[in-house]
Write a protein that binds this ligand. Sequence first.
Ligand SMILES: [Zn+2]
Length: 123
Amino acid sequence: MPFHVSSDEFERIVTLALDSISPPLRARMNADNLMIIVQSEPGDDDRDDDIDESVLGYYQGGTGSVFSAYEYPKRIVLLQHHIEDWCESYAELVDQVTDTVLHEVAHYFGMGHDDIRQTRLRH
Ligand SMILES: [Zn+2]
């Protein structure tokens, strides 16, 4: 049973998750104008044919290879409904949002999934 909240409430949880990131890292994200975007569902323009309901969020931009032609600012997209689908309580939602934000922020800082496992962040 998905646990749904309003988009305002969801963004408040995202803000809390971002607050858990250490200030030096957050300063780098801010200086780089990294955008954190909440979407209810993947958009038509997301270019990602492989986004299914198991994808909770993703990072776009700045890898220097795959997205080298990408014109948008670097951004982390969080898929609210996909995240909510995995949660049955407010506490689970907070945990899942935090995990997803930290996972995508790790990608932003250039970490691959092997590195992320080492930091014990879940996919
Ligand atoms: Zn990942």
